[in-house]
Design a protein around this ligand. Sequence first.
Ligand code: NAG
Ligand code: FE2
Length: 439
Amino acid sequence: MWARIIFPLLFTIFVLPQLPQARDDFSRQPAGQVILTRHDRSDSDPQQVHISLLGSDHIRVSWITDDRQAPSIVEYGTESGRFDVKARGVHTSYTYFQYSSGKIHHVKIGPLEPDTTYFYRCGESGPEFSFKTPPSTFPVEFVVVGDLGQTDWTASTLAHVDGQDYDVFLLPGDLSYANGHQPLWDSFGRLVEPSASRRPWMVTQGNHDIEILPNHPKGFVSYNSRWPMPYEESGSTSNLYYSFEVAATHIIMLGSYTDFDVDSAQYKWLEADLARVDRNKTPWILVLLHAPWYNTNTAHQGEGESMRQSMEELLYKARVDVVFAGHVHAYERFTRVYDNEKDKCGPVYITIGDGGNREGLALDYEEPASPLSLYREPSFGHGRFRILNETHAFWSWHRNNDADAIVADDVWFESLSTSKACWDTVDEQVSSSFSKDEL
Ligand SMILES: *[C@@H]1O[C@H](CO)[C@@H](O)[C@H](O)[C@H]1NC(C)=O
Ligand SMILES: [Fe+2]
């Protein structure tokens, strides 16, 4: 039975990346080589440092040490080299086949001031890091990039991301592409550390993060151990779906690889979470998930369909502004859609699974293009959603083109929260108590 597991593992690690890619006449960016990021600090020094948002004014600092005695302590302050505050947290570890993880530390720090730079040190050892907390009001800028992996394209995407300021990094699934080969999670953690230690990274899961084993029948052991998200704070019982608020934006992370039918815990949580949103306080609602509900690429056709059929109406009636997905290794932007038709009160759907993983790009699209699909292109890159105020946001997609990050697609968004026509129809559609008196 081990052979049944080991063979597919070896296959994905050694054979799959060597197989020729499907090609058309286009000369598109080829799949990148996997970069292994080495561990060059001491056993007790922190590695793979990353931060995430935890409630309205706290941050979770996560890192790993080889040394099991290393303390789960973060020291921090607003001046470099001077750590006035000390916080103690928790630690965990896991095993996977022969692999034993290092000591995985998670420490909650705060309360913190908005839009402020903090300097910090992990485990009373190793280098000083710094991060900036997000602002409490608009403008706020989100970077969105899915299917990241760890190739030279990933490195170029992250270099472009960090080359221009932003507040929070949003990742709609597929992080390390370890596919069970656990040292690749460590290597991924080291590769992203320079970005993920300086801005909060908020993630949801992709299919490559599942990693089911007989002793881990539910999967996600590595993902959940290394990348805990603030699910309890949003009333969820699973790290696979949660919501959070930052600068008057309500952001919902859904799980494409856990139950989502109308009887599921995730569905009930989503329904309750949307009902709690006050559009006067958070005029914008963004949703992220992995397998796209709308997709005209030939790759992964229909994989998001049963989730769409279950949950689309909830998002529509809540007047969600945008749904970002990954999974398809390309960029695609749709118009506002509901139930496969153009609808001015539906979300805009954007596929942004183009972070740079080793599988390469999804090159082929259905022809002729659906009129719902406004822009589609198989290239690596990242997106930026800059919310200027209650009503306006600017979306730009930045294609990686050798050294430069080129803006290839951009569009202005108007929040549905202020569209009177859309809320009048909701009145007819639902009798529930959305607060919309002043909209
Ligand atoms: C919001 O920003 C847009 C774009 O800059 C601007 O045209 C609009 O007047 C702003 N609205 C408010 C209420 O400030
Ligand atoms: Fe995927």
